[in-house]
Design a protein around this ligand. Structure first.
Ligand code: PLP
Length: 373
């Protein structure tokens, strides 16, 4: 039973299906046919996203929103517009794309086998003692990757925690790359869904988001990145990063699928948002079942409340991979070893709430009956 990968399993909301059909239908008539679109995305979708942000009291201009084929490509590609000498800071543990793309680009030294870290990279440990959200780096860094709600820990940064990073970044002229791919899973109205809910964040933060988990688009492919015009970086005038990202996208990317974008437009309508919320609620009920289930057998669990991931401490100080084998062999359940997300993930284990309800229930039932703790 797979509770490993964060891959969506439930059918798309009906209104989104209608949007995708509409995208296909338009391609069948000469009057509505479209070929290449704007590399930055369909203007209607960019405007709909601007409206979506207004719901969080964030004002953006459509020229600051870049539609893409997903948050993974954007979070991987964004580093390419920055110099190779930039110092990178990542949460530890974190979604591996941030670190690995910078290593591939050449922004790190060699891997330290003992510490399980790359030299030259600033790791920001996230553990129980800081509620799985780090403090700002003690030295100057240039690019800071933050993900909230976090994959893998399920932790959500408070406004106060984000404000500290925004203040740091403005003072040091660093850039925050904020991955909000799971923002729709935040139900607590006191927690920020966008970094731009923090004052002055537009001066220092790029935000990446996705339709994957919100609307079930993991296979359809649609996301977006916000690069504010008044973002300031060291040694460049405001607007420079926006124009560099525009140049990068126009050169390397030919725009998201027009069918996917039509589906995205429908997902952002009032009805679309309602139906997508039902999908999110379904996965969040799974998350509650997992969290309650693992706690009922005496395991310590984090996350899973405003995020679709449950982050467990392994029992008896087992290593992450040891617990992986035990869970697989005894309960026939697959999860993800925490050590794969960074050295601070060692001794932890991630369970994903993306799955059919009956499979989640079966997996938890098996864990309760078969796991020898
Ligand atoms: N960002 C985070 C933190 C993720 O966990 C994932 C997928 O699991 C992605 C981005 C990928 O998003 P997309 O499907 O839009 O590429």
């Amino acid at each position: 039973m797979k509770l490993g990968i964060g891959n969506t399993t439930e059918p798309l909301p009906q209104i989104v299906i209608e949007g995708l059909h509409e995208g296909v239908r338009k391609l069948g008539f000469v009057e509505t046919y479209t070929g290449y679109g704007d590399e930055q995305g369909d203007k209607r979708l960019r405007e709909a996203l601007v409206e979506y942000y207004k719901g969080m009291f964030v004002n953006l201009d459509p020229s600051e929103v870049f539609v893409s084929d997903g948050a993974k490509p954007d979070s991987a590609n964004i580093q390419s517009i920055f110099g190779l000498e930039n110092i990178i800071a990542v949460q530890d543990p974190a979604y591996p794309v941030y670190l690995d793309t910078n290593v591939i680009a050449g922004r790190s030294g060699k891997f330290d086998e003992e510490k399980k870290t790359y030299r030259g990279i600033v790791y920001m440990p996230c553990a129980e003692n800081n509620d799985f959200f780090p403090d700002v780096p003690s030295k100057k860094v240039d690019l800071i990757y933050l993900c909230s709600p976090n994959n893998p820990t399920g932790a959500v940064a408070t406004k106060h925690q984000l404000r500290k990073f925004v203040d740091y970044a403005r003072e040091k002229k660093a850039v925050i790359i904020f991955d909000a791919a799971y923002s729709a899973f935040i139900w607590d109205p006191g927690l920020p869904r966008s970094i731009y809910e923090v004052e002055n964040a537009k001066e220092c933060a790029i935000e990446i988001n996705s339709f994957s988990k919100y609307a079930g688009f993991t296979g359809v492919r649609l996301g977006w990145t916000v690069v504010p015009k008044n973002l300031v970086v060291e040694g460049a005038e405001p607007g420079k990063v926006n124009s560099l990202w525009n140049r990068r996208q126009c050169t390397f990317f030919n725009g998201a699928s027009n069918i996917a974008q039509e589906g995205g437009l429908f997902a952002l309508t009032e009805q679309g948002q309602k139906e997508c919320q039902r999908l999110v609620d379904y996965y969040m009920k799974n998350a509650r079942i997992i969290r309650d289930g693992v706690e009922s057998i005496g395991l310590k669990a984090f996350g899973g409340i405003n995020a679709p991931y449950i982050w467990m401490k392994t029992p008896n100080s087992m290593r992450s991979w040891e617990f992986f084998d035990k869970l697989l062999n005894e309960a026939h359940v697959v999860g993800t070893p925490g050590s794969g997300f960074g050295p601070s993930g060692e001794g932890y284990f991630r369970l994903s709430a993306f799955g059919h309800r009956e499979d989640i229930e079966k997996a938890l039932d098996s864990m309760k009956r078969n796991l020898k703790l």
